[in-house]
Design a protein around this ligand. Structure first.
Ligand SMILES: Nc1nc2c(c(=O)[nH]1)N[C@H]1C(S)=C(S)[C@@H](COP(=O)(O)OP(=O)(O)OC[C@H]3O[C@@H](n4cnc5c(=O)[nH]c(N)nc54)[C@H](O)[C@@H]3O)O[C@H]1N2
Ligand SMILES: Nc1nc2c(c(=O)[nH]1)N[C@H]1C(S)=C(S)[C@@H](COP(=O)(O)OP(=O)(O)OC[C@H]3O[C@@H](n4cnc5c(=O)[nH]c(N)nc54)[C@H](O)[C@@H]3O)O[C@H]1N2
Ligand code: SF4
Ligand SMILES: [Mo]
Length: 854
């Protein structure tokens, strides 16, 4: 039987009555049958009409936050292959395994093909939305009406814009439009992403951002949870360089789970979850006692005699720092007590091993780099873990050093669109002044992004705020490229919250769990193949700006989320008498080449990218990197590269309060004291309100605080360890068959299964064997999956990939679309907790569980 016949038969065999939504026709399972490959083939012209010649066209992958510059091979209007953009000085043609899944996503037969309107007014987990197709004009009309109704009653603050993944043309829809409509509520996903990671770097060396790691020149890598050949940032580059790195450097990975990187490392340290800071602090202690710190960066005792002795305070005037500040204060306040024996008592890692690590790092200094991942820092104590780990980069001088780590190079972009304030009327000005819906900046939620109380978003708390109608209720929501009902913790909170919102419009490629609580679905053009955008990335000493552009025949009646949608909405609002956004668009966002406004939505999308990137090609960017002759060259290459990062660039001029690398963070002290002052309490009262246990000045140095644990240890005797699957495009690839067919790319995982990896020691106690169906129960929920006995997880811990458990993300991702999940969503069992200093959601460390046979 031919392949096609077989597929047709299976398709018929699997056809059922229509599904919950009535939109996706009812293929269940997706385990044996794969409609996707057929759909891709269907999209190409019939075989004898194909030209068999194509072109490599540039774009950017957003499968993860590496944001690699890509080329796609397009033949007859269809994309058929993906590779790295050879012009990239970060990764060249190198790539990661998940790049290919983009093809299955853009040609996913389950994509939304037209706007859809909910006809069932009742919202809930078991309510079928009963979506029916409508036109774009009707859709925009309805959304505009809802927004205008809020403005008419002077309650424009009850509008909210939710942003998930994005490109650098987002400012118009995200910030400027929201402002002109009159709401303070532009909510990004950043604090369910990795904000706690930035706390160490920002409050110690002034970089609110991620670092790039000089892996080609390093001699020692210590990773706290980071798995750079599978996850993290610059996976394509690190994967291509890692073999050489392993030859020339010692690599030590600290992770309760044997990650892909740990499996190749010289040493794997399966730490108890939540205890990373104790290890980092004990290493720092040894480095000082043994005189291993990097003196050209940190300085030395004036007479060269080391006085750091365990438990003994040091006179600060005896030490002269060079590029750092507060080393002796830190020692006296906390570090002097964090001996290797103390470290062993908390982490179980032998003191001798801790001493060995410090000694090796001292020898390799300054070609030392200490990485942190979400796993170590997106915890209730995350800010302090981030600081403790980053402090090691200071002690061993890796900061901005050859073989160390440094911030992303500057890419001159107009990321901010022109200020829309002059277009705000009285309604908008009043609305914009309301408290933000996520309660950021309240006493118990400082969210100190860039030194400001309430400077950062508290994404996951939006659900709590809506459920409590505190500070008010949201009535109209526009959300794009996000799925917080799946990606946020304690998912039930999001289901309840969205059920309370009167009108939600979701701009999405696929119906997702978030869509199931929405009223209007607006089909999005796929970001990698059908959309104008621009992204920046950094690695290998360079930064890049690379474009996304519509390279294939647009599938379906879709629109680009960040450009066409706001353009059409502004036009509709103007037709109905509110013309501020429309005037703004036509007066402020002009083609940098002609000075003219766009003539239609599609042209506007391109103009937005031209506007943002003009400093790279319309001006002379050679001060920062490549010199381009103009827009055409940029579009043809698809990428601009920066010059290499100059080593020691920031030495002597860190953007901290003292201008130094702050072991005692004057910057955090200032920011947190201002937060306490704002609430008219003492800093200690504020720290206590935020659930931190070390008060006084200790709060401003890296310090150890026992992890919070959720639940009773007898009832829930195991810890849960979440991880990213290697083929996760964040939450977006779950409807791609390859995601399941190659699941064993994750060490310990099995193809076509959702497994919880349990150490055989624990499994035997529980009487479990491979393949047993199990239920994982936490204090907030339960999920079902399959037991997998595996030595690659620390006893007492259970590791499971995030990504499966979709009950509404297409026919492959769900057992029965709209009803039953395939596998379990980890977020159903993760209790909603925060690292309050950063406003980040805790996804790790606090999750106690038990396992039952299902
Ligand atoms: N494959 C893949 N890569 C991705 C993405 C993706 O979806 N898929 N998404 C991208 C995005 S959005 C982001 S923000 C980055 C995030 O990249 P990272 O910041 O590197 O974070 P994760 O990979 O989420 O971190 C989870 C890791 O921490 C480990 N871990 C869990 N608990 C602990 C603990 O208590 N201590 C220690 N030391 N480790 C622990 C887990 O085993 C896992 O290896 O990744 C990007 N890269
Ligand atoms: N347990 C656990 N939870 C996590 C993580 C984890 O590692 N473990 N990772 C966290 C991290 S780092 C992040 S960044 C967040 C991500 O969480 P979100 O920001 O919510 O993003 P996604 O889950 O990727 O969902 C994106 C949604 O956008 C839609 N979509 C897909 N492609 C497109 C497109 O091209 N255009 C538009 N407009 N829409 C599209 C689909 O509906 C998809 O469900 O999840 C966080 N949640
Ligand atoms: S590393 Fe991430 S951004 Fe780069 S190709 Fe892979 S999935 Fe895409
Ligand atoms: Mo993220």
């Amino acid at each position: 039987m031919s392949q096609n016949k077989l597929f047709q038969m299976r398709r018929r065999g699997f056809l059922k009555a229509t599904t919950a939504s009535g939109v996706l026709s009812g293929l269940t399972g997706g385990f044996a049958f794969n409609p996707m490959m057929e759909a891709i083939a269907d999209e190409l012209p019939k075989v004898d009409l194909r030209t068999n010649t194509g072109t490599w066209l540039p774009t950017t992958c957003q499968g993860c936050t590496s944001w690699c510059a890509k080329q796609i091979y397009v033949m007859d209007g269809r994309a058929i292959k993906v590779r790295g953009n050879p012009h990239s000085k970060i990764h060249n043609t190198a790539s990661c395994p998940r790049q290919h899944l983009g093809l299955q996503m853009v040609y996913d037969p389950d994509r939304i093909k037209t706007p859809l309107l909910r006809t069932n007014p009742k919202k809930g987990r078991n309510e079928d939305p009963k979506f029916k197709p409508i036109s774009w004009d009707q859709a925009m009309d309805l959304l505009a009406e809802k927004i205008l109704a809020l403005r008419a009653k002077n309650e424009s603050h009850k509008y909210a814009l939710l942003r998930g993944r994005y490109s650098h043309v987002n400012d118009l829809l995200y910030k400027q439009m929201t402002g002109m409509i009159g709401s303070p509520n532009n909510i990004s996903h950043s604090s369910i992403c990795a904000e706690a990671h930035k706390m160490g770097p920002y409050y110690m060396d002034g970089n609110w951002g991620y670092n790039q790691y000089d892996v080609k020149n390093t001699k020692y890598i210590l990773s706290f949870g980071a798995d750079p050949i599978a996850s993290n940032r610059q996976v394509s580059f690190y994967s291509s360089a890692w073999g050489d790195t392993l030859d020339q450097a010692k690599v030590v990975v600290v992770d309760p789970r044997l990650s892909a990187t740990a499996a190749k490392a010289h040493k794997w340290i399966p730490i108890e979850t939540g205890q990373d800071s104790a290890l980092a602090l004990a290493i720092a202690h040894v480095a000082l006692v043994k005189g291993l710190w990097h003196k050209p960066f940190v300085g030395d005792f004036k007479d060269g005699k080391n006085r750091f002795m365990a438990g003994k305070a040091v006179e600060s005037t005896q030490f002269e720092e060079i590029h750092s500040y507060g080393l002796v204060d830190w020692w006296n306040l906390a570090l002097k007590d964090y001996t290797p024996e103390w470290g062993e008592s908390i982490t179980g890692i032998p003191a001798a091993d801790i001493v060995e690590m410090a000694t090796d790092m001292g020898k390799a200094a300054p070609a030392v780099q200490v990485w942190t991942a979400r796993g170590a820092v997106m915890q209730t104590r995350g800010t302090y873990t981030s600081m403790a780990c980053h402090a090691l980069n200071g002690i061993f001088g890796g900061i901005d050093s050859k073989g160390g780590l440094f911030p992303y190079n500057k890419v001159p972009l107009n990321k901010s669109f022109p200020d829309s304030k002059p277009y705000m009327d009285a309604v908008a000005k009043k609305g914009k002044k309301a408290e933000k819906i996520d309660q950021r900046g309240r006493l118990a939620m400082p969210a100190l992004k860039k030194g400001k109380s309430g400077g950062g978003v508290v994404t996951d708390n939006v659900a709590n705020a809506i459920n409590a109608a505190d500070p008010y209720n949201i009535e109209v929501m526009l959300a794009y490229f996000n799925n917080f009902v799946f990606a946020g913790t304690e998912t039930k909170r999001w289901e309840d919250a969205l059920s309370k919102v009167d009108f939600i419009a979701h701009v999405t490629t696929n119906i997702s769990e978030f869509s199931m609580f929405s009223d209007l679905l607006l089909p999005a053009s796929h970001h990698m193949f059908e959309k104008w955008g621009v992204l920046t990335a950094s690695g290998n000493g360079h930064a890049t700006a690379s474009i996304q552009k519509p390279n294939i025949k647009r599938m379906h009646d879709t629109r680009q989320d960040e450009t066409e949608v706001p353009y059409m909405l502004a036009k509709k609002l103007a037709e109905k008498g509110f013309d501020a956004p429309w005037r703004y668009i036509n007066e402020q966002i002009l083609d940098p080449e002609t000075g003219k406004p766009a003539k239609d939505a599609e042209e506007f999308a391109e103009i937005c990218v031209k506007y943002v990137t003009a400093p790279l090609w319309n001006e002379d960017a050679s001060k920062y990197g490549d010199k381009l002759s103009g827009w055409d060259e940029f579009v043809e290459k698809g990428i601009w590269n920066s010059s290499p990062y100059p080593y020691q660039k920031r030495w002597g001029k860190f953007k901290t309060k003292t201008g130094k690398f702050e072991f005692y963070s004057k910057s955090l002290e200032k920011a947190f004291t201002a937060h306490a002052d704002k609430h008219q309490v003492t800093p200690d009262e504020a720290l206590t309100a935020c659930n931190y246990t070390n008060l006084g000045k200790v709060a401003f140095v890296p310090n150890y605080q026992a992890p919070e644990r959720d639940g009773d240890a007898n009832e829930f005797p195991l810890y849960f360890v979440d991880q990213k699957a290697r083929l996760n495009h964040e939450g977006r690839s779950a409807n791609s068959p390859w995601y399941y067919e190659f699941k064993d790319l994750d060490p310990g995982d099995d193809n076509n299964a959702d497994v919880a990896k349990i150490n055989p020691v624990d499994a035997h106690k529980l009487g479990l064997k491979d393949g047993d169906p199990i239920r994982i129960v936490s204090t907030v929920g339960a999920i079902e999956c399959t037991a997998k006995l595996w030595e690659g997880v620390r006893p007492g811990h259970v590791a499971k990939c995030f990504g499966q458990g979709h009950w509404a993300y297409g026919r492959v991702a769900s057992k029965e679309f709209g009803k039953t999940a395939r596998g379990g969503n980890n977020n159903d069992i993760i209790p909603n907790r925060y690292d309050r200093l950063s406003g980040s959601t805790a996804f790790y460390g606090h999750i106690r569980i038990r396992i039952e046979k299902a």
